[in-house]
Design a protein around this ligand. Structure first.
Ligand SMILES: [Fe+2]
Length: 451
């Protein structure tokens, strides 16, 4: 998956988005928390100031009941106020919304923690059995004289509820942003990488020679210019490839024509083998077609047949055209035409594919042939086909020492050598195709006579 640029772009942009959204959400939530805390504190300070102003008069007047009423009213009229208290300068609680705490004295540490700048509220967080408390202490001052402190305890649960709501809102926004970002990243990566992916597949198709139409240009940016450049290059390559194909065809045709001339000139050295290579080529094509070879294979088989005895060009006339039987030494020299054929074909790389057919066309199915004594399926198919066609043509043409055999006799001898000299499966194909052609030829002849 990560080998595709589309997914790389997608996961990269998504990763950046997640990091950005998470960091910004973290700082947003922190700012919201601080804002909420600030607002709650401000409200507590306002309450503390109110208590301090009213409490100052009551303290000066020694009105304890008034102080009790004041703290009680503050506690009851504000749901989030956990307690309210008035403390004198001797750290003694003179009024408290919890009547049980009346008259108690604060410890020095508690007193110290509530001392803030004169005339302002100070903040402290305390833990209690009823939960975390946000405590605001405001000095009670009258005519520049400190009389005590007003203390307001705000239950932080209300603060936590507000913060929890803010967190949920932030989380929902985060999830929505991530979903939108994921979709956006996917579409953006698809949009950005589409031309690149089409270019990649275009290059592969061009390599295989399958690209026929220019690629679509989606934009006028660098990618669009790249696609336009690729299309121009493709047009040029296709044109040059077509030219090369034409040259190759023309070269192939010239080459085959040359081979035909060469084969004919070899056959012409001996009046008895005149046209032999062409006939072997024709007979081999019949076998190959019956066997179901492709057109390309049939073309190669035809050329291999034309080449099959090309090595005879190096055999002296005294042996090649000798009418009497050959001596053992002369047979050895004659058999070397296979070796000479390989030498000739080895000179050009493009002819190497014909070597197996030429080299082994005198191998026998049972391994008694030459040059390598191959047997059965070891013998290349082309060589096995040429072997049958070569033998049949030799039997059905005149020789200095005998007249040409009839088709029936020749086929009988081919059949007799099935499994020894020739491959049985190819012999049956060959016999079938020759008899079929004979029947066809006979019926045409009868038609001509009737008409
Ligand atoms: Fe031969």
């Amino acid at each position: 998956m990560f080998r595709k640029i589309k997914y790389k772009v997608f996961f990269f942009t998504l990763g950046l988005l997640i990091i950005t959204v998470c960091v910004s959400s973290y700082y947003s939530v922190r700012e919201m928390n601080q804002h909420i805390l600030k607002e709650v504190t401000k409200r507590a300070e306002v309450l503390g100031n109110n208590v301090a102003i009213s409490g100052g008069h009551h303290l000066l007047a020694g009105d304890v009941i008034g102080l009790d009423n004041l703290v009680y009213k503050i506690k009851n009229s504000n749901d989030d106020v956990e307690y309210a208290a008035i403390i004198d300068m001797d750290n003694k609680i003179v009024a408290h919304s919890d009547l049980l705490k009346h008259g108690a004295t604060l410890s020095s540490s508690a007193k110290k923690s509530m001392n803030g700048p004169s005339g302002t509220g100070s903040l402290r967080r305390t833990g209690s059995s009823r939960g975390s408390i946000l405590e605001v202490t405001t000095p009670i001052v009258s005519m520049d004289k400190e009389l005590g402190f007003a203390v307001i305890g705000i239950n932080r649960s209300s603060l936590s509820t507000a913060q929890a709501k803010a967190h949920i809102t932030a989380l929902l926004v985060l999830v929505c942003l991530l979903l939108l970002g994921t979709c956006g990243s996917f579409f953006m990566s698809s949009y950005l990488t589409r031309p690149i992916m089409e270019l990649t597949s275009g290059v592969k198709e061009l390599e295989r020679g399958e690209l026929s139409a220019p690629l679509s240009v989606y934009s006028r940016d660098e990618l669009g210019n790249l696609t336009r450049g690729f299309n121009e290059m493709m047009t040029m390559i296709t044109s040059q490839r077509n030219q090369l194909t034409d040259y190759a065809h023309s070269l192939e045709e010239s080459y085959i024509a040359t081979v035909r001339v060469l084969a004919a000139s070899i056959d012409a050295r001996d009046e008895y083998t005149h046209g032999h290579s062409n006939r072997v080529s024709h007979l081999s094509s019949l076998i190959g077609r019956e066997k179901g070879l492709s057109n390309k294979e049939l073309e190669d088989l035809e050329v291999a047949c034309l080449f099959h005895d090309i090595g005879k060009i190096k055999i002296p006339d005294s042996i090649l055209r000798k009418e009497a039987g050959l001596s053992d030494n002369e047979i050895r020299i004659m058999n070397r035409h296979v070796e000479y054929g390989i030498e000739i074909l080895s000179k050009a790389q493009s002819l190497h594919r014909f070597i197996p057919g030429v080299k082994h066309h005198h191998e026998w199915y049972n391994g008694d042939g030459y040059p390598d004594g191959l047997a059965g399926e070891q013998i290349p198919l082309f060589a096995s086909i040429i072997s049958i066609a070569d033998a049949y043509d030799a039997m059905t043409t005149d020789r200095p020492y005998r007249k040409a055999l009839s088709r029936t006799v020749a086929l009988k001898r081919i059949n007799q050598s099935s499994g020894t000299q020739f491959a049985p499966s190819l012999v049956s194909l060959f016999v079938r195709v020759i008899e079929k052609r004979a029947l066809l030829s006979r019926s045409r002849h009868e038609d001509v006579l009737v008409t």
